[in-house]
Design a protein around this ligand. Structure first.
Ligand SMILES: [Zn+2]
Length: 72
């Protein structure tokens, strides 16, 4: 039986108009190497590029508040 673990990767969105770039969480069900640099749908419903060098939760101040409450 496979164990199902929810793992979150840190992803960086792009600045869009008045919205600053933020760190988001992406739910991943595959090895981190496979989501390397990919654009994924975050748990708050936006698109962001996964940063394999970062781990969720990110130690940053510019973190998406919706993702913080959803991904934990
Ligand atoms: Zn978010």
């Amino acid at each position: 039986m496979m164990s199902v673990t929810t793992v979150f990767a840190a992803a960086r969105s792009r600045a869009h108009g008045p919205t600053a770039a933020l760190w988001h969480a992406v739910e991943v069900h595959r090895p981190a190497a496979e989501v390397d640099g990919a654009c994924e749908l975050t748990v708050c419903g936006t698109l962001a590029r996964v940063s394999p060098g970062e781990q969720w939760p990110v130690r940053a101040t510019d973190v998406c508040p919706a993702c913080v409450s959803l991904a934990r």
